[in-house]
Design a protein around this ligand. Structure first.
Ligand SMILES: [Zn+2]
Length: 64
């Protein structure tokens, strides 16, 4: 599930929301305004080194 990061333009508060869809639901900050989407989901999903490598190794083992 992709994680969307929103930021309030007024107070600068950052909020992370895990959402299932292609259409992120924009949360509203407690101080008033709608929050602004900060990052695309892919930037977070592929975070971390060696993730893809480990995954490939697992697949190779199962195939053999
Ligand atoms: Zn705010």
């Amino acid at each position: 599930m992709p994680i969307y990061e929103f930021k309030c333009p007024t107070c600068g508060k950052v909020e992370e929301r895990m959402q299932s869809g292609y259409e992120p639901v924009v949360p509203r900050c407690e101080c008033g305004p709608w929050m602004i989407l900060q990052v695309t989901p892919s930037a977070i999903v592929f975070k971390g080194k060696g993730w893809a490598k480990r995954d490939r190794a697992k697949v190779d083992k199962q195939g053999a």
